[in-house]
Design a protein. Structure first.
Length: 201
């Protein structure tokens, strides 16, 4: 007896999360698939105390398992580093080089949550591990809003929100120009939405 395509996709997703030690979270799960068209990770950094440089990463993919009734959740997001865009082609090329993100060597980054924190049923923070530039370190994302709604575009239930954090890029081995006055702290603003998968049985 063979699995249907939907059930096979779900089995693969559960297997992937199980390998991350998250199978217990899925006992009564609602699985959502991240919508790349409504998900992005944007950054800004002080440029030698003169101005602020900004850009973003797009086309993010992954899954969210959200259980508000149990105040539990899991999110795994893959970030294609080659999608980096600042609106300036020369600047994009420099940021993708070995001076900064070294996209040729590290084409993807990954965030895997380890804990969701709630207050009176509302998502407050998502703690997890960010793998970037070949290194993994903990990061805490602070929710500025989080909500679920019935999407007329995706024709399914959608959950998502906005998150913010500040990271020290030198923790991930990205140190270029820090000795010349370019700040090491990077502000991240993450926008994420995910649609309920059709078969959550």
């Amino acid at each position: 007896m063979t699995l249907s395509t939907k059930k096979l996709k779900r089995a693969i997703a559960i297997t992937a999360i199980s390998s991350l030690g998250m199978l217990s979270v899925l006992a009564h799960s609602a699985m959502y698939e991240i919508d790349p068209n409504h998900t992005a990770a944007r950054f800004s950094v002080d440029h030698f105390g003169t101005s602020t440089n900004a850009g973003g990463f797009y086309g993010l993919t992954g899954i969210i398992d959200y259980q508000p009734e149990d105040e539990q959740g899991f999110v795994g997001i893959t970030i294609p580093m080659g999608s980096l865009s600042t609106g300036l082609k020369a600047f994009d090329t420099h940021l993708k080089s070995a001076d900064f993100f070294d996209v040729a060597k590290y084409p993807t980054a990954y965030f895997k949550s380890t804990e969701w924190q709630f207050d009176d049923g509302e998502v407050q923070t998502v703690k997890g591990d960010l793998t970037l530039h070949g290194q993994t370190h903990p990061v805490t994302l602070n929710a500025t809003q989080f909500n679920c709604y019935d999407s007329p575009v995706l024709e399914t239930k959608v959950c998502g929100g906005d998150f913010e954090t500040t990271i020290d890029r030198t923790q991930w081995g990205i140190t270029t120009y820090t000795d010349g006055g370019m700040m090491k702290d990077i502000k991240l603003v993450i926008q994420v939405e995910a649609g309920l998968k059709e078969d959550n049985s």
